[in-house]
Write a protein that binds this ligand. Sequence first.
Ligand code: ADP
Ligand code: MG
Length: 245
Amino acid sequence: MSKFDPGSLTAKGVHLSFGSNHVLRGIDLHVPQGTTASVIGPSGSGKSTLLRVMNRLIEPDAGDILLDGKSVLQDSPDELRRRIGMVFQQFNLFPHKTVVENVAFALRRLRKLPKDQARAKALEQLDMVGLKHKADVRPGNLSGGQQQRVAIARALAMEPEVMFFDEATSALDPELVKGVLALMTDLSKGGMTMVVVTHEMGFSRNVSDTVTFMDGGVVVETGPPDQLFTEPRTDRLKGFLSDVL
Ligand code: ADP
Ligand code: MG
């Protein structure tokens, strides 16, 4: 039984195995519209796999994924991926296309916009991330931080209902992390619904509405940042925080 819950994203009892490796062992996550959920946890705990199951790059073995409180498992996976924007650690830009072509590409292919309209919308989106002046250069001429902002602009151009970030700043030189986190913070404050897998404890603590700590394919603790960071209840979270803070 599910009720209408506009703009929300929910995972319910999600299980996923790779062969004999039971990677997700009954994950529940509820992200209300306009909120930011950060997901933290050690390497190998299943964070990336959870994002991939939630946008159906991988089908869950059991459990359900809901948008607006309605199961999406009967819809086409392409439909869901249009509703969820994804930003990866590696920016995955097309190296031979210009910055504006990178942003316009999916608008033309998936949204079927004519060339001039796609370019206009892409330029608008690049302006929002402060990179309109780089529209006609190739990604290789940009810093990692600028490339990641282009990747974010590309995802936003599709007008997603939810944005996923999977360690979006982990591949960046330290001095470039700030600009990308500032953009993610603006998006969060602007009311985007977001799931952010991150090692940036400052972002998790200060920006996200809820924090979910995963370890070994289960949600060990979840709650508001103040609770998890100042009063961790489990030894597993205490140990993790003492390693990363
Ligand atoms: P995290 O993002 O928290 O570091 P992952 O979700 O990437 O963790 O990985 C969780 C587990 O799933 C790991 O044991 C990893 O080796 C395994 N795994 C991830 N992707 C695949 C895949 N495509 N095929 C087989 N095993 C995978
Ligand atoms: Mg990962």
